[in-house]
Write a protein that binds this ligand. Structure first.
Ligand SMILES: Cc1cc2nc3c(=O)[nH]c(=O)nc-3n(C[C@H](O)[C@H](O)[C@H](O)COP(=O)(O)OP(=O)(O)OC[C@H]3O[C@@H](n4cnc5c(N)ncnc54)[C@H](O)[C@@H]3O)c2cc1C
Length: 383
């Protein structure tokens, strides 16, 4: 590949968001370069829980990337008081391994004509006349548009004035344990052990993806203490697995996800992750799809007014299709995680709760559909 070539779009980061954007751009016939800092396939700390409804955004079958189909969820409070709910058949939940999912979608992008340069961290993104320049290890790549998809530690979203200028982070610690799985179709959520958050154990092929997340306040989560209690409940040693701390940029307000000149942010770089349940894969894929649609219009625009409208359309669409629900999700998180015991009794233990959660995770409902009732219940019936 010659660095002097002009691409239509350079996508910085081959995670779920960048790969989805690159695929949909390449499939529309655009010349796309994907720059990924790590060598693919790369590991990514993530529970890998994802609603099967994301399939509707891709014309190819995602099942080669799916490790496990979840049929039921079990919620507990301090490992007791369990609620087990069978997920409705129309809202199934998948567990994916990120090394496979992200690689799989990236391969589809390459098959559609995108070029991939992995082990190639973008160092700078700058403007030169009408074009963007992205520098990597002494080479300069040029493009008409850029997709910033460099994840929760994004360097470029802030530099290019995209998304939340003061991002808020949840603390998350991921643990992978290889072991025989007892209930391969059950995802577990435990709400009583973590201050201001929850921990989870998702079955995957040959083991569990386990994690601890804390969503409000800045207090660092005592993950080792939590895991020492959680892991024995799965028949594991209290210190099993290697722990990886991964601060997670969460949604914290409506902000433009585009800037003039044809640059957009997607996925965690755009601060899209759900501040209540840490769902980041669905918004990463959604923003990948919507950014590609908007950049397709941007690249075809006849004048600067049309071009601006195309980019604004992306921010507006993400606000309507994701941000409005997250604004309510943030309010629910602020109330729920301050009084989690009440939240568990009055919210999670309600007979309709598991189905509501499944409907939210599948996109069938937004937090706005349930928020007012949930918040009233938590505020006025506590104690
Ligand atoms: C512990 C944990 C558990 C989670 N569990 C779930 C879950 O079960 N379900 C769910 O929906 N969400 C979950 N999430 C959230 C989810 O992982 C993220 O929201 C999702 O990974 C966002 O995808 P992305 O493509 O935006 O970012 P990423 O997947 O982080 O991809 C960004 C990519 O950019 C690359 N990059 C960075 N800098 C550069 C650079 N300068 N040049 C080129 N490339 C660069 C990185 O190497 C990386 O490959 C979890 C998060 C954590 C931390």
């Amino acid at each position: 590949m010659s660095a002097a070539q002009l691409f239509d779009v350079i996508v910085v980061g081959a995670g779920a968001a960048g790969a989805a954007s690159a695929y949909h751009l390449a499939a529309r016939g655009h010349r796309v370069l994907i720059l990924e800092a790590q060598s693919m396939p790369r590991r990514k700390p993530c529970g890998g829980g994802m609603a099967a409804s994301v399939q509707r955004w891709f014309p190819f079958d995602l099942s080669p990337a799916v490790d496990q189909v979840i049929e039921q969820v079990r919620f507990t409070w301090c490992l007791e008081d369990p609620v087990t709910a069978v997920l409705p058949g129309d809202a199934p939940f998948w567990i994916v391994q990120r090394s496979r999912l992200d690689q799989f979608i990236t391969q589809q992008a390459v098959a559609a004509g995108a070029e991939l340069l992995d082990g190639a961290p973008a160092e700078t993104i700058s403007r030169d006349g009408d074009h963007w320049c992205v520098d990597v290890a002494g080479d300069r790549y040029r493009s008409r548009a850029v997709v910033v998809a460099d994840g929760s530690s994004s360097r470029f979203a802030g530099q290019l004035s995209l998304a939340n200028p003061r991002p808020r982070f949840a603390s998350a610690v991921a643990v992978e344990v290889d072991t025989p799985v007892v209930e391969p179709n059950t995802a577990r959520f435990e709400f009583g052990l973590v201050k201001h958050g929850f921990c989870w154990a998702f079955p995957r092929q040959g083991g569990y993806s386990i994690g601890v997340g804390s969503f409000i306040g800045n207090s660092a989560v005592d993950a080792d203490g939590v895991l020492a209690q959680l892991l024995p409940s799965l028949g594991l040693s209290p210190d099993a697995g290697t722990r990886v701390a991964s601060p997670l940029r969460v949604w914290d307000g409506h902000y433009p996800l585009h800037a003039t000149g044809g640059v957009v942010a997607v996925g965690d770089a755009a601060s899209l992750c759900d501040p209540f349940l840490a769902e980041g894969l669905r918004p990463a894929l959604l923003s990948g799809v919507r950014s590609a649609e908007a950049l397709d219009r941007y690249l075809a625009a006849d004048d600067s007014r049309q071009a601006d409208q195309a980019l604004q359309g992306y921010s507006q669409t993400m606000r309507q299709q994701w941000g409005e629900s997250m604004a309510w999700g943030r309010r629910i998180a602020q109330v729920f995680y301050r009084v989690p015991k009440v939240g568990y009794q009055l919210g999670i233990k309600r007979p309709t709760a598991p189905q509501r959660i499944a409907q939210i995770l599948s996109g069938e409902m937004g937090y706005g559909d349930i928020a007012q009732r949930v918040i009233k219940r938590l505020l006025f019936q506590r104690g």
